[in-house]
Design a protein around this ligand. Sequence first.
Ligand code: MEV
Length: 441
Amino acid sequence: MSKPVKGFSKLTKEEKISWLSEHYFNDKEKGIDVLKKYWNKDERLQQLHDEFIENTISNYYLPLGIAPNFLINDKLYTIPMAIEESSVVAAASRAAKFWMDRGGFKTEVIATEKIGQVHFRYEGDPEKLQQFFTKIKPALFASLEDLTANMRKRGGGITGISLVDKTDALDYYYQLHCTFETLDAMGANFINSCLERLADVLQKEADNHRDFNDTERDIEVVMSILSNYVPNCRVRAEVRCPISSLNEDPELTPASFAKKFVQAVKIAQVEPYRAVTHNKGIMNGIDAVVLATGNDFRAVEAGIHAYAARDGQYRSLSHAEIDGDDFVFSLEIPLALGTVGGLTNLHPLVKLSLEILDFPKATELMQIVAVAGLAQNFAAVRSLVTTGIQKGHMKMHLLNILNQLEATPEEKEHFTSLFQDKVVTHRDVTQAVEDYRKNKA
Ligand code: MEV
């Protein structure tokens, strides 16, 4: 059991590691060695990573992979993906190639509105609060002029402030519900700064408002924060092709494949247990691109899952249908992304990922990310309704198993070829490796 520690953040990195190894590592030398192996030799680069967060002791690598051949609105992209799951990049690449040969992905940004709220408590006459709000609204906007000047120059800024009475849901609870256009920035810092300013002005104006009694004057701001739920910052991606060109499985006709695929997506529409896993497959693609481009995948995840449950039941984010002779598969999701600010100007791999994408605007990145989600979902559902997921998944996982067994390069080559046409299981691979090594000895 470790003891509580005081002033930990003030210790040097070496001191933090010593403390950690003292309290937690069975083999102290080995633990320290592992941490240091992941330090970057380039001291400036290491310092950059050290300073991203507090108490950095090492770096945590994820592979950065590349999925080429994504044709989106007739432009060809190579998509960078940061992810550890073996089959994701392979599946994305296969789906990209499949749809490139069938006209590619079509996408559309539906809206780009961001949201922030000042949550406050007011114990008084709602009518008087409404009159007060109407009176101070110009002052609220005016108070943001300096903060929004740069954003306004580029066509963004705050687009609306409304007073919302939430007392039906919670006693004395009101909010200033604010909408923003943050252009190529994700906008979290910008929005939060604006909200905190609005909160100040709200309280000061209330203090001086003659029509309020003492209790009414005492508006209590509980918190001011952006919302990661952005249903009006939304993007849609779609693929469509004649059913006859869905030659996916030798054992299914294209029409049966299309029918089974549509049925699988409908199941995810009505069955939450399936919907969560279905959407997890979509997030495999989305998170990987969001992470590679230095965006906040927790915000994206939270917002997308809330959207999936917007009518009270958690449902599939994607839709599939047969439209005449066509198979149509689409995805619509809320996404708040940035291509400037935050990590995008700092992390060298993020900068490079954005360069690979030809320095997209935030709206273009929204479309690329949605496509990555749709492609991933297509690949997963296609496998599920044909071969089953394990065949492809475990094939990609084979190298992980071989690495766990500390296979030599020669053994890796041998077993990759041996399992080429077999279903890979952990047990079978372990057994095969043991036998092979015994025979060799
Ligand atoms: C695995 O990471 C993702 C899948 O489970 C998605 C799905 O079931 O649709 C294969």
